[in-house]
Ligand binder design. Structure first.
Ligand SMILES: *[C@@H]1O[C@H](CO)[C@@H](O)[C@H](O)[C@H]1NC(C)=O
Ligand SMILES: CC(=O)N[C@H]1CO[C@H](CO)[C@@H](O)[C@@H]1O
Length: 221
């Protein structure tokens, strides 16, 4: 069981025997090779930018060698973030992700677990709209084939899988019985706005583990 979280809070994990800390801790493999999977650029239609940046900062502080990937598909839609409504024309997930990656992003179809020590999925609605259909179908979600393949490959190779915010639903769908957390399963007065996701995770046959932010936050230092 492994835990990983991003600074924004409602974060975390997926299951394998190894702990992400092992891959990233400075006394364990220096220069761990870590794949980061992006889903666009912007909280409402892609990767949540603060989470993606937080992941990249922590990885670089720990001397990881990061490679970024994204599916080369159109977004479900493109949101005008000033008002939260869809706008035209629509955009491509890989091209939008290149904004966060400063251009250095590769097609997700080329990501294979055997070239990496760990994989991390930042959150944001892109994970629920482009990597999966969780935003529209909830517990009946579909996960795009490359995401399913990548999660299974890392899991079967017993390599750490880190999933931020809403991204744990991806593992809950494709790795039967895995343990994940989205923080709390209760809203607690707005502290955990997506607490209902915990119910969907259980419905998918995965185990939801309640976690506070601060406990797992320490893992990346
Ligand atoms: C985005 O929304 C703002 C209003 O908040 C509007 O002024 C602007 O024209 C919109 N842009 C696009 C491209 O839809
Ligand atoms: C799971 C999935 O494929 N979600 C959407 C991501 O974006 C594409 C392209 O617009 C949609 O067709 C998918 O439904």
């Amino acid at each position: 069981m492994l835990s990983f979280t991003a600074t924004t809070g409602r974060a975390l994990f997926a299951g394998s025997q190894q702990i992400l800390r092992n891959a990233l801790h400075t006394s364990v493999p220096m220069n761990a090779k870590v794949a980061v999977v992006l889903s666009g650029c912007g909280v409402y239609d892609g990767s949540e930018i603060h989470e993606a940046s937080a992941v990249l900062v922590h990885l670089s502080r720990n001397q990881a060698q990061v490679s970024m990937f994204a599916p080369n598909i159109d977004q479900m839609h493109t949101i005008n973030h000033t008002k939260g409504e869809p706008m035209e024309p629509n955009r491509n997930v890989l091209i939008e992700s290149a904004r966060i990656a400063r251009g250095k992003v590769e097609a997700l179809s080329g990501l294979q677990a055997n070239g990496f020590d760990a994989v991390i999925f930042p959150g944001g609605f892109g994970a629920a709209k482009n990597l999966s259909s969780f935003a529209s179908e909830g517990a009946d979600l579909k996960v795009i084939p490359d995401v399913e393949r990548v999660l299974k490959e890392f899991h079967e190779a017993k390599k750490p899988v880190g999933l931020c915010c809403i991204a744990p639903v991806l593992a809950a769908k494709v790795i039967p019985g895995c343990e994940v957390t989205v923080g709390s399963d209760e809203e607690e007065g707005g502290k955990w706005p997506y607490a209902g996701t915990a119910g969907a995770i259980e419905k998918l046959g995965a185990k939801h583990v309640k976690k506070a932010v601060t406990i797992s936050f320490v893992f990346l230092y």
